[in-house]
Design a protein around this ligand. Sequence first.
Ligand code: FMN
Length: 261
Amino acid sequence: MSKRIYYFSGTGNSLKAAKDLAALMGDTVVKRIVNNLKEDAASHDIIGIVFPVYYYGLPKMVKEFVEGLDISLDCYVFAIATCGGSVGAAFRQLQDILETKGVSLSSSYKIKMPDNYQLMYSPPSPEKQQQHFKLQEEKIREIARSVNNLTPSALADEGAIKRYFGSKLYKAFKPYKKASGFWTDERCNGCGICERVCPADNVNMKENKPCWGSKCELCLACMQWCPQSSVQYKKGTKGRARYHHPYIKVSELYNNQISYK
Ligand SMILES: Cc1cc2nc3c(=O)[nH]c(=O)nc-3n(C[C@H](O)[C@H](O)[C@H](O)COP(=O)(O)O)c2cc1C
C-alpha cells in the first residue's frame, strides 16, 4: 500500500503531527508543501494533508497544492488541521476542492496546538504548551488507528455560524500583502535561517540581510525560528516571546522529505 502525507508548517506543530502519525502508520513518506511543489499522487492509496488553519481556512499554498493534485478516485484521503482554537471553514474548503476531482475527504481531525499568530498574540506559557503536546500525542494515536483501518468519519466541521464568519474572514486573508511589514533589528547576524526555512522561497539574503518578496504565506517561520529573535513585524512584535515547536529541529523543515518504515 502506498502512503503519503503532505504537510505545510511554519512553526512545526503540523510537522510534529505529520511525523508522529507517519511513524505509527509505517511505510509512509512525509513531504513538505513548498513553493511550486507538483506531485502526481494518483498511485497512492492513502493521502494525508496536514496543515495549520489560517484565518479560518486553508493556507493559500495548501489550497493551490491540492487544487493541482492528481488523486485516484478510490484513494483514502484524510486531513488534519492544527489550530489555536477554531478550524472555521477549512475542512469544508478542502472537501469542496476534492469534490471537484470526484474524490471524497474520508476523514478529518482537528488538533488544538499552541497558537503561533505572533502578529497578535504572545505564545501560551510553557505549561500550557506541554498540555497541548500531551493531548496531541493521544489524538495522533487515535487518528493512526482510524487511518490504518481506513475508517471514514463525518467532517470534523464547526457550526454554521463559525463557518459563515470564517468564510468572511478568509476573504480578507491576503498574506502576500503583509510581507512588506517584516524587518530585522540590530541583532540580525545574517545567519540566513529565515531564508532557508521559508516554504514560499520569499526571503532572500542580500548583503547578509534578509529581504522579503511578495509571495509571503504568513506562516511566520522567518520570525519564529530566528535564533536572535531579530525578525520583527511592524511595531508590534518587539519584546514578544517567540514560538516554535520545541521537539522539532529547524533542520527538519529544510529537509523537505522524510520516509518512515
Ligand atoms: C496567519 C495565521 C493565521 C491563523 N489563523 C488561525 C485561525 O483562524 N484559527 C485558529 O484556531 N488558529 C489560527 N492560527 C494559529 C495556527 O493555526 C496554529 O498555531 C497552528 O498549529 C500552527 O501550525 P504550524 O506550527 O504547523 O505552522 C493562525 C496562525 C497564523 C500564523
